[in-house]
Design a protein around this ligand. Structure first.
Ligand code: NAD
Length: 294
């Protein structure tokens, strides 16, 4: 069994980006600037955004955190989005999800300038991605692809079973892995909550990408010997014995499934850190495009 070490690979990627940023500085060029909009005080969102901002600082990016109160109206948030679109100093920005229930998430994401949409959630970017055109690829699927590429995991002609059809993970990774290219050319089955007899599919899978958010959902008796496991799930499980009052776990019963897997991502330390690294990569791409006048 080999660990797909997302922590290590994400650090490699961040080091590579930092080298590019210092070259930009040497040439007297503007460095990439990422902004993050956070509405409210959701614990997990605060952790994610904090970690994104810290990563920016470490690699030499400029970063701006716009933290708005829970009671921010949809109009106020849309005004913020418009001002970020118009601010030429900002290369890319994200609106951290989930948003409070009184705000229409789709309306907000549609208002983001596709040229600054480093999360890759705008339909323009999603459509371009599906058509094999240059676009911002959503950071989590982008991170999974990069992890598979860097470990030279053979995906060509393999059966990949994706569990979960969300717009940010399951759906895009199913598209990317079915496309031509490295870490792709796979035969993909996209499964979801209405799939009948899921185990029939997972047992046949050479690669399983699990993105449903149910702790320890995937068990050893659901997969075959030698399977490659990508565990996207991140769930906080309450635990009084931990200093934070919870621990983080994935969708996969790691102790059991790792016995059968040829490659497996741990949680934490697998897909999570890759997501942040690829958000930074997208911001670097945005800066380069803006410098080139595109
Ligand atoms: P979501 O909550 O939007 O959707 C879950 C999906 O799972 C749905 O499509 C549903 O059909 C499917 N599903 C639910 N129960 C199922 C079942 N019994 N069998 C088969 N399919 C089932 O999903 P999301 O936003 O993609 O998040 C999924 C998990 O990934 C969560 O734990 C989330 O925290 C995590 N996540 C991690 C990262 C990361 O960086 N590692 C990024 C995004 C999401």
């Amino acid at each position: 069994m080999n660990i797909l070490d997302g922590k290590k690979v994400s650090n490699d990627i961040k080091d590579e980006i930092a080298v590019q940023v210092s070259k930009m500085k040497e040439r007297g060029e503007k460095v990439p600037h990422l902004a993050a909009v956070l509405v409210g005080n959701d614990g997990a969102s605060l952790t994610y955004v904090g970690s994104k901002v810290r990563s920016c600082k470490k690699i030499g990016f400029e970063s701006t955190l716009i933290h708005l109160p829970e009671e921010t109206t949809e109009e106020e948030l849309l005004a913020q989005v418009v001002s970020l679109n118009m601010n030429s100093d900002i290369d890319g920005y994200i609106v951290q999800l989930p948003l409070p229930k009184h705000i229409d998430e789709q309306k907000v994401l549609m208002a983001v300038d596709p040229d600054k949409d480093v999360d890759g959630f705008h339909p323009t970017n999603f459509g371009k991605m599906a058509l094999d055109m240059d676009s911002f690829i959503p950071a989590t699927p982008f991170g999974i692809m990069e992890l598979l590429r860097r470990y030279n995991v053979d995906t060509e002609g393999k059966h990949t079973v994706v569990i979960g059809r969300s717009h940010i993970v399951g759906r895009p990774i199913s598209i990317l892995m079915s496309q031509k290219g490295k870490a792709a050319n796979s035969t993909v089955t996209l499964t979801h909550s209405r799939t009948k007899d899921l185990t029939t599919f997972t047992k046949d899978a050479d690669i399983v990408v699990s993105a449903l958010g149910v702790p320890d959902f995937l068990k050893a008796n659901m997969v075959k010997e030698g399977v490659v496991i990508i565990d996207v799930g991140i769930t906080r499980v309450a635990d009084e014995t931990k200093a934070k009052g919870y621990y983080i776990t994935g969708d996969v019963d790691f102790d059991e499934v790792s016995q059968k897997a040829s490659y497996i991502t741990p949680v934490p330390g697998g897909v999570g850190p890759m997501t942040i690294a690829m958000l930074l990569k997208n911001t670097l791409i945005a800066r380069e495009r803006h410098r080139a006048g595109n």
